[in-house]
Design a protein around this ligand. Structure first.
Ligand code: HH2
Length: 307
């Protein structure tokens, strides 16, 4: 052990994790966690980083429970890949993939909130009936005319994400005059639409849609300017996990992008994001716990007059 290493186990000054694994729960002196982690549960054969790994419902449920034990506050269950070039699936097939997993997680009494990653109202409706309470719609309620009503009627939470074009073709030469201003205007319009449709503003998350119709430069500008999006009001969700732009920047293949994922999450937290959609929950949780504690130390430092 190095000289400055403390033995493993919770140190008294370690900030709280929402899903505290210690049986006694969070110590009273631990501040509440300033961010939430959304763990990815892809029940697909073709997702860009983990396609085929959790297609079997039992494997997907086990994976979800593992992510929850690692500290995921939300589990995002998806049955259709949105990677560029992915083949669309119909509602029946998507439901056959996700429903047994949502039912299994609910039956297992998972502590995390269950999110359904879908753009189809029929899939969202069945998922909500089975125990999901958040709809993560990458079309921001534009893909299915019934979606807004399904979310509103269920009183569910909802993530509205920006995407330019549609998944099959979105990465073919995406262009913006000012990506940050255009994404901000889009999210403001979608927020107003959702609220007008009866979805409570307090139930809404906004997401700039990293990699959805964006070049590496667009993604970096959005991350750097995230404060502009946080200023809209609702919590900002960010999904950089293992994505192509990290590979372009580092030269790393998809299975070696954890360090890049962590760097992007830390900067996003510092710029105002508060929900992080990731495949690797435990290491990102540690990184964000340290980053959030550092940010909090700055904002709560004694002023010069009280020093
Ligand atoms: N990214 C993916 C899928 N869903 N939802 C939100 N809100 N934000 C994102 O950035 C986002 C998302 C893509 O990642 P993944 O699920 O791993 O891949 P695939 O779409 O190939 O299944």
């Amino acid at each position: 052990m190095l000289a400055d290493e403390t033995p493993p186990g919770p140190a008294p000054d370690r900030p709280a994790r929402a899903a505290d694994p210690s049986p006694s729960g969070p110590a009273p002196d631990r501040p509440a966690r300033a961010f939430r982690l959304m763990g990815v549960v892809n029940v697909t054969p073709d997702s860009f980083s983990d396609g085929g790994r959790y297609l079997d419902p039992e494997a997907a449920v086990a994976h979800g429970l593992e992510l929850a034990a690692e500290g995921a506050d939300i589990l995002d269950v998806g049955g259709e890949s949105t990677r560029p070039g992915a083949e669309p699936v119909d509602a029946e097939q998507e439901l056959a993939r996700v429903l047994p997993v949502i039912e299994g997680l609910t039956a297992a009494g998972v502590g995390a909130q269950i999110s359904i990653d879908t753009s189809k109202a029929a899939v969202a409706e069945a998922a909500l009936a089975a125990g999901a309470t958040l709809v993560n719609d990458v079309t921001a309620l534009r893909g299915d005319p019934r979606m807004a009503a399904v979310v509103a009627d269920a009183g569910a939470d909802c993530c509205l994400m920006h995407m330019l074009g549609e998944p099959r073709t979105m990465q073919r030469d995406p262009r913006y005059r000012d990506v940050l201003a255009e994404v901000r205007a889009f999210l403001e319009e979608r927020l107003a639409f959702a609220v007008a449709a009866g979805i409570g503003e307090e139930r809404i998350l906004l997401d700039p849609g990293i990699g959805f119709g964006k070049t590496t430069r667009h993604n970096l500008e959005l991350l750097a300017g995230l404060g502009e999006l946080a200023a809209i009001g609702p919590p900002v969700l960010i999904g950089t996990s293992r994505k192509t732009f990290l590979g372009r920047l580092t030269g790393r293949p998809v299975e070696q992008r954890l360090a890049g994922t962590i760097a992007s999450c830390v900067i996003a937290l510092e710029r105002g994001a508060s929900v992080f959609r990731v495949h690797d929950v435990a290491p990102v949780a540690d990184a964000l716990t340290v980053a959030a504690a550092t940010v909090a130390a700055w904002t709560t430092r004694p002023t010069s007059s009280t020093r």
